[in-house]
Design a protein around this ligand. Structure first.
Ligand SMILES: [Zn+2]
Ligand SMILES: [Zn+2]
Length: 308
């Protein structure tokens, strides 16, 4: 089952001609999950040429303009195709008022159900087949949350030799065992799935963290992520300014990545004051702590493969 992340934009505060606002689209086996959507997000989406009109759920970190002003456009464009499945929108308090007011004032034509849920505490916000998405608190100038998508453990690897040895013929019975159900072998004995499956294999984890002070609890939440997309808005020389504005430096993002032992980490939400050439230094500061750190760029793609 494929899982991949597309960076729709990597900038913070305001869109620049060459840098869209922070937004990530996660695709998991045909499901699309959007994390934040500032002004211009739909342009980046269209350029990726994905089946973006069928976004299943949108996860909003907080209700600052650079994270939500693109949502009305995305909702309206989603109405251009037949759709019966609901669109779920999750976010901190005020997200429901924002969506409702936008629909009303803009007289938006929406031909599918929109279900908005406000998050008030750390919790599982969305569940699907074999995975769940959890929200956890960040610390910003207004209520802000981070998200993780975690897959459940997968069954262990099937051992065909062992199945044959136990007199289970190749065919539908093998599928049953692989699905975790006991079967009756040709000799009448019951074979349990554990007899033919190896140890359970872990699922994958994706984390999205932006607009926050550095707080040690973030590392616990994103522990062991296969991909962490994390704000690295400022360089070290303006660390005081970052703290005052309740944002992070790239080095603080790298500290989280290191402490959480993540596999891949992409920096995001750069200050608009930095030109692309300045970002090389921002990256170097991060790499001193977490050498595998990378700069995300608009429409960059990350594969999130299974590791076993
Ligand atoms: Zn922001
Ligand atoms: Zn903000």
């Amino acid at each position: 089952m494929n899982m991949e992340a597309f960076v729709l934009g990597c900038g913070g505060m305001m869109p620049l001609p060459y840098r869209h606002l922070t937004s990530v689209l996660l695709r998991r086996d045909g499901d699309l999950f959007l994390f934040d959507g500032g002004e211009g997000t739909q342009v980046s989406l269209r350029r990726l040429n994905l089946k973006w009109k069928k976004i299943n759920a949108i996860f909003v970190s907080h209700t600052h303009a650079d994270h939500v002003t693109g949502l009305p456009g995305i909702m309206m464009l989603s109405s251009q195709v037949d759709r019966t499945e609901p669109l779920y929108i999750y976010g901190p308090p005020k997200i429901a008022e924002y969506i409702e007011t936008s629909r009303k004032v803009l007289d938006m034509y929406i031909n599918y159900p929109v279900i908005v849920k406000e998050i008030t505490a750390p919790c599982v916000v969305h569940e699907g087949d074999g995975f769940y998405i959890r929200a956890f608190p960040l610390q910003h100038t207004k209520t802000c949350v981070g998200y993780t998508l975690e897959e459940l453990d997968r069954p262990g690897e099937f051992n065909p030799e062992k199945a044959k040895e136990l007199n289970v013929p190749c065919g539908p019975l093998w599928s049953k065992l692989q699905a975790g159900q006991p079967v009756t072998a040709a000799d009448g004995t019951t074979v349990q799935p554990e007899q033919v499956l190896g140890p359970k294999r872990s699922g994958r984890k994706f984390s999205y963290v932006t607009d926050t002070l550095y707080i040690p609890s973030i590392a616990k939440e994103v522990q062991g992520s296969d991909l962490l997309i994390c704000e690295g808005m400022f360089m070290n020389d303006v660390a005081d300014q970052a703290r005052e504005k309740k944002h992070m430096t790239s080095q603080q993002a790298a500290t989280i990545a290191r402490d959480a032992q993540v596999r891949q980490m992409g920096l995001i939400h750069y200050s608009p004051g930095y030109a692309d050439k300045d970002l090389d230094n921002l990256l170097l500061e991060a790499q001193k702590i977490f050498p595998a750190a990378v700069l995300t760029k608009d429409r960059m793609h990350f594969d999130i493969p299974y590791i076993d």
